[in-house]
Design a protein around this ligand. Structure first.
Ligand code: PRP
Ligand code: ADE
Length: 181
């Protein structure tokens, strides 16, 4: 089994959660098994150790992006910065509001989280409409940072987010596609 199929086999689909019609792709089984979790993190580490892609900073999207982003930053030997849902960060922030597959949200980033010119890897667990990752990218760019790549475990291509992100010029790396139901 290749890596993508192996990781895919450890993602659980929960129908009609958190709203009717949503097929929720649950990554918790993938994190729960230490062997699988290691394969997941090592796959990202291998890619981002490459000098051409190695970031100065990893930025993780609230909340599931924190789980993989912080471990990845630790392994790469770079800092981690959280992009949080509104109202959680105590210092001065920049903010962006965006639409989700089920609702809308505002995210924030501390104004001193990155420096102008920093090369940032932006990471989350999943791309659906792409709104979350697009908002994260805008926050980082407001502070003058450069997003070298957006990365996620799962892509839901039918929701159009990955296409939208690549059309906007963002380089994207995902490990597992879920097309169809
Ligand atoms: O591509 P999009 O349409 O923006 O959707 C993807 C986002 O939605 C989920 O997070 P959610 O907002 O449910 O928050 P959580 O991580 O706190 O559960 C997921 O973890 C991504 O962050
Ligand atoms: N279908 C889905 N499964 C898991 N997380 C999501 N975030 C947005 N859509 C999602």
């Amino acid at each position: 089994m290749d890596t993508s199929a192996y990781l895919r086999s450890h993602i659980r689909t929960v129908p009609d959660w958190p709203a009717p019609g949503v097929q929720f792709r649950d990554i918790t089984p993938l994190l729960q098994d230490p062997k699988v979790f290691r394969v997941l993190i090592d796959t990202f580490v291998h890619r981002y150790m490459d000098p051409a892609l190695r970031p100065d900073v990893v930025a993780g999207l609230d909340a599931r992006g924190f789980i993989i982003g912080s471990v990845l930053a630790y392994e790469l030997g770079v800092g981690f910065v959280p992009i949080r849902k509104k109202g959680k960060l105590p210092f001065t922030t920049v903010e962006e509001t965006y639409e989700l597959e089920y609702g809308s949200a505002t995210v924030e980033l501390h104004t001193d989280a990155v420096k102008a010119g920093d090369r940032v890897l932006l990471i989350d667990d999943l791309i659906a409409t792409g709104g979350t990752m697009m908002a994260g990218r805008k926050l980082l760019e407001k502070l003058g940072a450069q997003v070298v790549e957006g990365a996620a475990i799962v892509d839901l291509p039918e929701l159009g987010g990955s296409q939208r992100l690549t059309d906007s010029g963002l380089s994207l790396f995902t490990l597992v596609d879920f097309a169809g139901h």
